[in-house]
Design a protein around this ligand. Structure first.
Ligand SMILES: [Fe+2]
Ligand SMILES: [Fe+2]
Length: 289
């Protein structure tokens, strides 16, 4: 009897990707200046697009504290020195994001955009999660949101013209944050895998995040538009909706990458965006650091 023909697996298709060796998130300490004469609607002179980013910014300080704590909980179980180093980079980067967005939120508050209320609402939600979810699920929450932020950073801020449409003093903050979100996108995931986090918890937490994140963001955007007297500005709503879901449809184009999260073979570095990040570093970070 002839031996069965050996079927060579498609190495590329079946390869489980991992974080590239030496990929340690770099902690930068940038200095941003926000001048008083910045236009009120600093992204494309558009209320809905600008206030959407403002709503996201309100969630960063409480959110990023939660992400740091969920990773820190497992830190002493990590024996790989490179992952330990990456965790320190992740914590440093998120701590600086939190600090800079707090300053940005204060700047916007001074201009009458009430982000304090939004931040308090998100803090209440984060406290609920801390008190009610297991440490494993809290880390899975971070893993899921990090996938969202990496997608938004790479596919939305760095790939399209969003940054070029922003006020030149505002764009570097979002560019810096997007670059670092891409750099540290796999840290929470690698910790989760190393400590044996379950696939069921990871997938179900992503489903939960996929409902909560858009609902919170939409409610907050409506609140901000209403407070700014822009609720009936259908031109702006239409323009923002078209940008996200129509043409270019940046959120619509994120859907395939979003769905990959549910695969057991998923790894954040399956999508290697280092070229995009390097280009953005040269353009937006002082000295290209
Ligand atoms: Fe961040
Ligand atoms: Fe992050």
């Amino acid at each position: 009897m002839n031996a069965p023909a050996t079927v060579k697996p498609n190495a590329k298709r079946h390869r489980k990707l991992a974080t590239p060796p030496g990929m340690i998130p770099e902690v930068r300490r940038p200095n941003f200046e926000l001048p008083a004469d910045m236009p009120r609607y600093w992204w494309d002179n558009d209320p809905a697009k600008t206030l959407l980013l403002a709503a996201l910014s309100s969630g960063f300080p409480p959110g990023e504290r939660f992400f740091i704590d969920s990773v820190r909980y497992y830190q002493d179980r990590i024996t790989d020195p490179e992952l330990q180093q990456a965790i320190r980079g992740f914590i440093g980067q998120e701590a600086h994001h939190s600090r800079e967005h707090k300053a940005l939120n204060g700047f916007l508050e001074d201009r009458g955009i009430n982000l304090g209320r939004l931040e308090r609402e998100i803090q209440v939600f984060m406290d609920w999660m801390r008190n009610n979810l297991s440490p494993e699920r809290q880390l899975a929450h971070t893993v899921a949101v990090e996938h969202f932020t990496a997608l938004m950073a790479e596919e939305f801020l760095l790939k399209y013209d969003a940054l070029d449409e922003m006020d030149p003093h505002m764009a570097p903050i979002w560019a810096w944050h997007a670059i670092e979100e891409s750099e540290h996108k796999a840290v929470a995931f690698d910790v989760y895998k190393t400590v044996g986090g379950s696939e069921f918890v990871r997938a179900t937490e992503m489903l939960f995040v996929s409902v909560v994140f858009p609902v919170f963001t939409t409610v907050h955007l409506v609140q901000l538009m209403k407070a700014d007297g822009q609720l009936g500005n259908f031109r702006s709503w239409g323009k923002a909706l078209n940008y996200m879901w129509g043409k270019p449809g940046v959120f619509r184009k994120l859907l395939p990458s979003y769905l990959k999260f549910y695969s057991p073979r998923f790894h954040p570095w399956n999508n290697d965006a280092r070229d995009l990040v390097e280009k953005a570093k040269r353009k937006w970070l002082k000295g290209g650091a």
